[in-house]
Ligand binder design. Structure first.
Ligand SMILES: [Zn+2]
Ligand SMILES: [Zn+2]
Length: 247
């Protein structure tokens, strides 16, 4: 069903405005949706911990370490994102989901792909073999008419020449939105919401979502893969800091 909606979205993407979505200045020919100045001030200014998202090094030491001191023992799932939701371009990422406004999609996906390729130079990091978008439940997909995670993943698959696999991970439970729930409610809401329906030939995958807040959803999905000894990392356009929910 998602493939059908692709066509409508492709035409939307062609209609990107010729002014910066943030500052309204005219865009240069190499800028898409957002100008270089607004993009630069919206993305991370220095490397962040791939576990919890806090700043971990001085500017210039790009992704020197994967984890902050606190995360080194626990080795949480690695989350790669070009910006913070609240201090970065969250407003425009939300606009993708709620207003079909995709102005920042290309620019942020390009930044994300760039980070992934930079990480690839590090000995502790392995590129995934396939990209998997976090699926919507069919009911939600019908309502919204597209899955923004699929759209992000599809573009990353082209940018990085990695296969997009969208038929193995199934959302079997039509959960309520995670926003507004506390940590415990989030875990309960999302528990057993996903299933892997096929034999899966890959050992390492990147799970793609638009925004990761507490990581409850991606951790729940990661367990499905980890039970089959498949390594999971997460790629998203922004990390949302929600310290009060990390319980
Ligand atoms: Zn601008
Ligand atoms: Zn950390």
């Amino acid at each position: 069903m998602q493939r059908v909606w692709q066509y409508g979205l492709k035409s939307l993407l062609r209609l990107l405005p010729n002014r910066c979505i943030a500052c309204r200045q005219s865009l240069q020919s190499d800028e898409q949706g957002i100008c270089a100045v607004c993009l630069k001030s919206g993305i991370y200014q220095q490397p962040v911990c791939l576990g919890c998202g806090i700043n971990i090094a001085e500017p210039g030491e790009c992704y020197l370490l994967p984890y902050c001191g606190g995360c080194q023992k626990l080795e949480p799932i690695k989350i790669i994102a070009p910006c913070s939701y609240h201090d970065g371009l969250g407003t425009w990422i939300a606009a993708m989901k709620y207003q079909k406004q995709f102005a920042v999609l290309n620019a942020l996906n390009y930044e994300l792909a760039k980070s992934v390729l930079e990480l690839q130079q590090q000995s502790w990091y392995s590129l995934p073999q396939a990209i998997i978008p976090v699926p919507l439940h069919p009911n939600r997909l019908k309502q919204r008419s597209y899955n923004q995670a699929w759209l992000i993943a599809s573009q990353l698959s082209q940018l990085l020449a990695l296969p997009l696999i969208d038929d193995v991970l199934i959302r079997v439970k039509d959960t309520q939105a995670q926003a507004g729930l506390d940590g415990k409610q989030r875990r309960k809401n999302i528990s057993e919401a996903f299933e892997l329906n096929n034999e899966f030939a890959y050992q390492r995958i990147a799970l793609v979502d638009d925004v990761v807040t507490t990581g409850t959803t991606v951790n729940e999905i990661a367990q499905c893969f980890q039970r089959r000894n498949i390594d999971v990392q997460v790629w998203c356009l922004a990390r949302a800091e929600a310290p009060d929910l990390n319980t």
